[in-house]
Design a binder for this molecule. Structure first.
Ligand code: HEC
Ligand code: HEC
Ligand code: HEC
Ligand code: HEC
Ligand code: HEC
Ligand code: HEC
Ligand code: HEC
Ligand code: HEC
Ligand code: HEC
Ligand code: HEC
Ligand code: HEC
Length: 425
């Protein structure tokens, strides 16, 4: 019988495994017809090479899909076997296991860069293949709005893996894949702007690079700590310039890891607008992670107490120090240099005089050596407070005791002495 011929045994097994039912019968019939030279499918617009014919005979659906999706490779005349170069594909009937389609021989640059990072599958990482990001038979130019890698679609493509999906398998992925990244980005200001169609807002690959996507620990990565300021600065140029003029920036750019970079203060994915009360309050905590002493003394002041209650009308750290061009008071450009305080405090306080701005926003009453006057004044005030409360407290207690004793005596005397009330008089 035809279907049991030795030529078809291999296919039968494969088809049984993969496509049971009516498609199976159809393919057998099709394959037989083709082998006997009865049928040669023709595709009008897409230019398939004569070599492809053999494949199309059996894989007509693939050819149809390539044509319908107007894949860039169909127009460019890329044949089936340019991508499916392995022995599996070349032999009909197929034998063995197929290898992934290869793209590198034509796209050398992309391929080399892809190999540089974990997506290339180095060191046992599962990686991301060309086809994971680009598709297979429906690849479109990156400039086509339907392309999986079009600027506005990139986040969705990366989110296939870098997301907290229901079927996320931690075994198959490495810990720092960070599955919250995509969700954070979608909620952040950049992601929301891209969703609205703003082309100038960054997609994942604007910050991470297109093919040489590398972890932040790699010094060649665009998001390595020493490169982040320049990367963000490619759009936020003025901010970056202010940052590098300041103390944090000059230290950080010089490789000092104690100084903060852009993403120590701003989340790279859940980047939020900075003119909101939430940000202003968080900003204080952020500075506080490094400047503990100043934050403690700030909390002692009127400004600090009001912000710790959650109100933001008063001054936070950045209102007096600036956010990016942060400089010590000894630097005449600094907003806290003595000669600039009238202007800095004057942004909010009117009718200022020299005396008012001499007020120290970081006065430290705990520091006996550095600020003895304040220290002893505080000790004195505390003593006074304790003394006054102590004396009056004791006085009140004694008073209460006596009152209670009198009342008790009166009641007791009243009851027990009822036989001789006149004694009390
Ligand atoms: C005689 C029919 C026939 C010919 C000719 C043929 N194939 Fe196939 N091919 C099959 C069948 C049947 C399968 C089984 C799986 C399926 O239905 O997708 C298959 C599977 C494949 C697969 C998928 C393997 C997998 O498991 O993922 C690739 C890739 C493939 N063929 C490429 C080619 C290429 C390229 C050519 C031309 C050089 C070609 N085939 C020629 C019938 C054929
Ligand atoms: C631009 C490269 C490219 C070209 C050209 C190409 N393929 Fe593929 N093909 C792929 C990729 C990528 C996959 C996904 C699996 C993988 O990575 O190997 C795939 C998968 C397949 C499969 C498995 C089932 C499926 O549809 O996913 C078949 C069958 C197949 N190709 C046949 C063909 C045939 C026949 C042609 C020519 C008409 C062709 N391919 C042209 C890249 C290509
Ligand atoms: C992690 C996702 C990802 C992977 C993996 C990936 N690409 Fe890309 N690729 C992109 C994105 C995103 C763009 C669009 C970049 C842009 O907007 O300029 C792109 C653009 C391209 C382009 C057109 C622009 C150019 O650089 O020439 C080619 C060609 C290309 N990729 C080929 C490949 C090949 C070949 C592989 C596998 C070796 C691959 N890509 C792997 C995401 C990926
Ligand atoms: C035989 C060579 C060849 C192979 C193999 C090949 N391509 Fe291409 N590719 C081309 C040609 C030619 C073009 C169209 C000319 C151009 O735009 O660069 C193209 C275009 C592209 C583009 C669009 C480039 C743009 O302008 O945005 C992408 C993306 C791409 N290929 C990805 C792939 C991927 C992924 C694979 C493997 C699955 C692959 N190519 C396999 C030759 C090839
Ligand atoms: C098919 C799944 C997949 C897709 C799609 C994918 N990635 Fe990945 N990505 C991975 C895997 C797996 C790793 C390696 C995890 C590891 O070893 O840390 C990785 C690692 C990374 C890393 C390095 C993380 C680190 O610090 O080690 C970055 C950055 C990254 N991907 C960004 C992207 C971007 C941007 C895109 C979209 C253009 C993208 N990925 C698309 C699977 C994927
Ligand atoms: C505005 C720039 C920017 C955008 C947009 C961006 N990233 Fe990142 N990403 C970074 C920076 C900077 C780091 C390094 C953070 C660090 O040093 O801790 C990073 C880290 C990562 C990591 C490493 C894991 C981790 O948390 O350390 C992954 C994975 C990643 N990004 C994926 C993505 C994906 C996927 C997208 C898009 C959905 C994306 N990123 C969008 C700047 C960006
Ligand atoms: C020490 C913490 C800190 C660092 C480091 C930092 N920022 Fe900021 N950033 C802030 C604060 C606080 C604000 C709010 C400013 C305000 O209230 O006046 C801000 C505001 C912004 C704004 C909106 C207002 C503006 O100035 O444009 C952008 C954009 C910005 N930062 C980007 C960056 C970039 C890019 C870097 C790295 C070059 C960076 N930031 C480094 C704390 C920081
Ligand atoms: C491709 C350009 C681009 C890159 C790269 C980029 N941004 Fe942005 N960013 C924007 C745009 C556009 C806005 C929206 C401006 C607006 O609405 O005020 C924005 C807004 C912001 C805001 C909110 C500003 C505000 O008004 O409060 C902050 C903070 C910010 N970005 C920080 C960063 C940081 C940190 C990086 C690097 C990790 C970065 N950006 C990288 C384009 C970019
Ligand atoms: C990641 C830690 C870190 C964070 C966060 C941080 N700083 Fe700094 N800051 C430093 C380091 C380190 C120096 C340099 C100290 C030195 O010069 O020895 C510095 C210096 C300064 C200076 C100059 C004083 C001096 O001694 O040079 C001021 C003012 C300052 N920071 C204010 C701020 C403010 C305001 C914030 C929040 C918006 C902030 N810092 C956030 C680490 C940090
Ligand atoms: C009302 C304005 C104001 C606020 C708010 C403020 N500072 Fe200051 N800060 C100053 C002034 C003025 C000085 C210089 C006098 C001094 O050293 O006491 C100073 C000094 C500093 C110094 C040392 C600078 C140097 O040159 O030695 C650091 C660090 C600092 N502040 C951090 C902070 C942090 C962190 C916060 C928020 C928790 C904060 N400041 C809030 C006004 C302010
Ligand atoms: C962002 C605005 C802002 C900045 C900048 C600012 N303050 Fe204030 N400050 C306030 C507000 C609002 C109050 C609440 C009192 C009020 O309603 O007048 C306050 C209260 C005070 C108080 C306690 C109440 C009072 O009026 O006596 C002192 C002292 C003070 N500020 C000193 C300063 C000094 C000194 C500077 C400069 C180093 C400064 N402030 C910078 C907003 C600011």
């Amino acid at each position: 019988m035809l279907l049991d011929g030795p030529l078809f045994t291999g296919y039968k097994l494969k088809l049984m495994r993969k496509t049971p039912g009516s498609t199976m019968i159809l393919r057998y019939v099709l394959a037989t017809a083709i082998l006997s030279g009865l049928l040669l499918p023709a595709f009008g617009s897409a230019s398939f090479s004569p070599a492809d014919r053999r494949c199309i005979n059996c894989h007509e659906d693939v050819a149809q899909h390539i044509q319908d999706s107007q894949a860039v490779h169909a127009d460019a005349g890329v044949s089936c076997v340019s991508c499916h170069r392995d022995d599996f594909a070349r032999r009909a009937p197929h034998r063995g296991e197929p290898e992934p389609a290869s793209c590198g021989q034509c796209h050398e640059a992309a391929n080399e860069r892809h190999q540089l990072g974990p997506h290339g599958g180095g060191e046992g990482d599962p990686g991301a293949s060309c086809a994971d990001c680009h598709g297979s038979h429906d690849i479109l130019p990156a400039s086509d709005p339907q392309s999986k890698v079009y600027h506005l679609n990139v986040a969705a493509t990366c989110s296939q893996c870098h997301t907290a999906s229901e079927d996320f398998d931690p075994q198959a992925h490495v810990e720092h894949l960070n599955r919250w990244v995509a969700g954070d980005y979608a909620d952040g200001i950049h992601g929301r702007l891209v969703q609205k169609g703003l082309r100038v807002a960054p997609s994942c690959v604007t910050c991470h690079g297109v093919h040489a996507v590398r972890p932040a620990q790699d010094p060649d990565s665009l998001v390595a700590p020493e490169n982040v300021a320049n990367m963000c600065g490619s759009c936020h140029e003025g901010t970056k310039n202010a940052f590098t003029r300041g103390r944090h920036g000059s230290l950080q750019q010089g490789g000092d890891t104690a100084a903060p970079g852009c993403v120590d203060c701003h989340s790279p994915h859940l980047t939020v607008a900075t003119d909101t009360p939430t940000w202003k309050l968080q900003g204080i905590q952020e500075c506080g992670t490094c400047h503990e002493k100043e934050t403690l003394t700030y909390r002692d002041t009127f400004h600090g107490k009001v912000t710790s209650l959650g109100f933001v009308r008063v001054a936070a750290c950045a209102d007096c120090h600036g956010a990016h061009e942060v400089l010590p008071s000894s630097d005449p450009r600094s907003p806290i240099a003595p000669e600039n305080l009238m202007e800095t405090c004057g942004n909010c306080h009117s009718n200022l005089n020299e005396n008012y701005v001499r007020y120290d926003p970081h006065a430290n009453y705990r520091d006996r050596e550095g600020e003895p006057l304040l220290y002893w004044a505080t000790v004195f005030m505390h003593g006074l407070l304790i003394g006054v409360f102590g004396v009056f407290g004791l006085h009140t207690l004694l008073w209460a005791w006596r009152g209670w004793r009198n009342a008790f005596a009166w009641r007791f005397g009243h009851r027990s002495g009822s036989d001789d009330d006149s004694k009390l008089n």
